[in-house]
Each structure stands twice: as C-alpha cells, then as structure tokens.
Design a protein around this ligand. Structure first.
Ligand SMILES: C[S@@+](CC[C@H](N)C(=O)[O-])C[C@H]1O[C@@H](n2cnc3c(N)ncnc32)[C@H](O)[C@@H]1O
Ligand code: SF4
Length: 390
C-alpha cells in the first residue's frame, strides 16, 4: 500500500515551442511565436500556487521538491526570466532539497555559451542535449536543424559548464549500418565526458508526418531481429564505457541516474505545469486514490485561462486497477525490477502468465521483486500486457 508521506515530489515544467516541428515528434510542440513573457510567468505562477492548495486539500504531506525538469518543446529557447521566476516561486512554495536535480532540455542548434553559463547561474544543474543522431544523413531524415558539427560543439562546450550532461539519441533506422553505428557511438563516447544517455529506437506516432509517410510506404522500420541486435550491441558498448543500464532506454555513470525520471518510474508524486503537462498525486485521504491533472494542450488556451475558468482540461481519478497497471508498466521498465508490495492488489498479476514467463526465463520473481530479464527488455510492453489480468 502506498504511504503518501514516504513519496517524493517532482515538478515538470512544459515549454511548448520549437524552431520547427520535427516529422516524427508527437510531443506538445509548436513552432515558435511571439509571447507575452509576463503573462506566461503569471500562468506558471498561478498553477504552482493552485497545486500547493491541491496538495493540502488531498492531505498530501509533501516535503521539498527533489527534482525539477524543464521539458518541451525546446526549453533552451525559453526566456531566462521565465525560468528564473519559476525556480524562485517553486522554491518559495515547496522548498528545494539540498541536492535537488534541475534539468533543462536543450537543442544543439540553440546552443549559445553565454546563455548556458547564465542557465547554470540561475540553478540549472543538469543539461539534456537533443543530439538525436551521430550521423548527418539521419539528422536530415529526422528533419533536424543541426548537424554533427553543431552536436560536437554543443556537447563539448556544455561539458565545461555543467557537471551533469545527458544526451538523447535515436538509432536503429531502417537502412542503418550496424558497424557504422558502432563506430559512431564509440567515437562520440571517447570524445565526450557524458554522464547519462537515453537511446531510443524510432517509433511511429499517430498524427505525425512520419505516420502518414509510413502508411504510404515512404518510410520503413527496421525488422525486430535487427532492432534487437542494435540494442544488444549498444548495451555492450555502453557497458565498456562504464555506463550502467538502469532502464530500458537509459544508461548512467555511477551516481548519475536521472532522479526525475526515476520518480515517474517509481510512481512517486509529481506536479506538471505548462501546456499539455500532466501531474499525478496519490491522495492520502484514500491510499488507493491517484489523481491525474491534465493541462490544456493549446499554448494560447493554457496561457489565457483566467481565475474563473477551469484550472485543468481534465482531472481524472484512477481506480485501483488503472493505478496498479500503471505502477507495473512503469516499474518494470527498471532493471532493478519492481517491488510488488507497491501494488494495491497483487491479484492484478495473472499467476499462470507469471509461471509461464518464469519458465521461459523471460522474468524472475524473488523476494517480492519482479524483474524482466535483460534480453527481453525490448519486449517490455507485450510482456506486461500478458502478465496483467484484464
Ligand atoms: C521532448 S523530446 C526532446 C526535446 C528536444 N526539443 C529535442 O528534440 O531534442 C524527448 C526525446 O524523445 C525522443 N523522441 C521523440 N519522438 C520520438 C520518436 N518518434 N521515436 C523515438 N524517440 C523519440 C527524442 O530523442 C527526444 O529527444
Ligand atoms: S525539437 Fe524536440 S520537441 Fe521540438 S518538434 Fe523536434 S523533437 Fe519535438
């Protein structure tokens, strides 16, 4: 059973603007437009105060924030004054842990040394750089505005400013050569002092340009066996470079796991502010009740809400089954596995499925810790769906 006062608290801040819309991206991102900085600060501030009231109303015994994450969109384009105010206000309202992790996502083409020194000065202590590919051919395919030279400049220079650097890379494209990828990844890791990597395989998301192209046969996806091969080879390279694989797509040097994402995977409490952001809180009035707050997606709608309008687009109360499914889905992403005493109702797990998966050595289950075997992590979603009783 979840005990609320043992939960950590995170803050996610969404910035919805980018220089251009990438053809594969279904995040809530829109091409840059002129904004009224004060109006945006006011809206973020109102939401922070409102969420503090929600925490109190739901009897959530919150301590300090242990992470803040500026995600997007492209938050490296965010006016510094807005970032600074959000950090001031949230620190006053909630308090910051002494070792708080404050991440900002940055795109290599909006990298500017002076600006990044200022970002560090105002409190950003972790930078997540959207490298996306180590090859110009695929950067072009992904519609990115930067090239590999921009990647190298941004990554090397940022390392001289920040003590905690992460990069996002998409790999295993349809016609990608495994040997070429191996060389690119090794060369990049040798040249840069990175602390964390997120390596994703391309997914085709509904509503994107890639979705239409895929359905017309203009673009293709790599086959599953080759995708597994790319995954295994990449895992081995990262192990050689002393990265610990701690989640299906995430690798960290010792002491540099992303605390913010761990809060999602461990189903802690988090507040989400900004267009389209969502937050989830466990209510201590009822230990099985989890509430999700979903913000208006459209940036103009979100920023222009006034005091008399609905604060959120949607507030949903999860029932026990939905909460437990989510706790399982998220927790099993972690290589350490999930302590199933976190579930409200253990019978969500189908025992026949559990025994079958154990026999096939796809999962292990010892002393309450349920874990997916390393080689089968890539099939995570289908394994979890098979495990759960409908
Ligand atoms: C919000 S986006 C990052 C924001 C930042 N503007 C950027 O593009 O670098 C988070 C990450 O999700 C990954 N991503 C987004 N869409 C994806 C897709 N369709 N397939 C695989 N990875 C994707 C990218 O690596 C991206 O860096
Ligand atoms: S820059 Fe990032 S958030 Fe913006 S459209 Fe591209 S992938 Fe999406």
């Amino acid at each position: 059973m979840i005990k609320n006062n043992e939960k950590l608290l995170s803050l996610y801040v969404h910035w919805p603007y980018c220089e251009a819309k990438c053809p594969y991206c279904d995040f809530n991102s829109h091409v840059n437009e002129v904004i009224d900085e004060n109006q945006w600060i006011k809206s973020y501030k109102n939401q922070l105060y409102y969420m503090k009231e929600e925490l109190l109303r739901n009897d959530i015994d919150f301590k300090n924030l242990n992470t803040v994450f500026f995600g997007g969109g492209t938050p490296s384009l965010m006016p510094l004054g807005i970032i600074e105010r959000i950090l001031d206000i949230s620190s006053n309202i909630f308090g910051f842990d002494t070792d708080i992790e404050i991440t900002l996502e940055a795109n290599p083409n909006s990298y500017d040394r002076t600006r990044f020194i200022k970002l560090k000065d105002i409190g950003i202590n972790r930078l997540s750089i959207g490298v996306q590919s180590l090859n110009n051919k695929y950067l072009k395919f992904l519609g990115r505005l930067h090239n590999i030279k921009d990647v190298n400049i941004a990554t090397r220079d940022a390392s001289s400013i920040f003590d905690n650097i992460s990069v996002d890379i998409i790999y295993a494209f349809y016609d990608q050569d495994l040997v070429e990828w191996t060389n690119e990844l090794e060369t990049f890791l040798k040249a840069n002092n990175l602390h964390h990597l997120s390596l994703y395989q391309l997914t085709i998301e509904e509503g994107t340009k890639f979705f239409k192209d895929y359905n017309k046969g203009i673009i293709k996806l790599i086959d599953d066996d080759l995708a597994s091969e790319f995954y295994k080879v990449s895992n081995n390279i990262l192990t050689d470079f002393e990265f610990i694989k701690y989640e299906v797509s995430n690798y960290a040097k010792e002491g540099f796991r992303c605390k913010h994402n761990l809060n999602y995977w461990n189903s802690e409490n988090w507040i989400g502010i900004g267009p389209g952001a969502f937050g989830r809180l466990w209510s201590s009035n009822s230990k099985t009740k989890r509430i999700e707050y979903q913000n208006y997606k459209n940036p103009k709608t979100w920023v222009s809400r006034n005091f008399f309008q609905a604060k959120f687009d949607k507030i949903t109360e999860f029932d026990c089954h939905v909460s437990d499914t989510d706790v399982l889905m998220m927790g099993l992403r972690l290589y350490e596995g999930l302590d199933i005493s976190k579930l409200n109702n253990r019978s969500i797990i189908n025992d026949d499925s559990l025994n079958y998966l154990k026999k096939q050595q796809m999962i292990s289950f010892k002393e309450n810790i349920l874990k997916i075997h390393e080689d089968h992590m890539i099939k995570l979603n289908s394994i979890v769906n098979y495990l759960i009783n409908p």
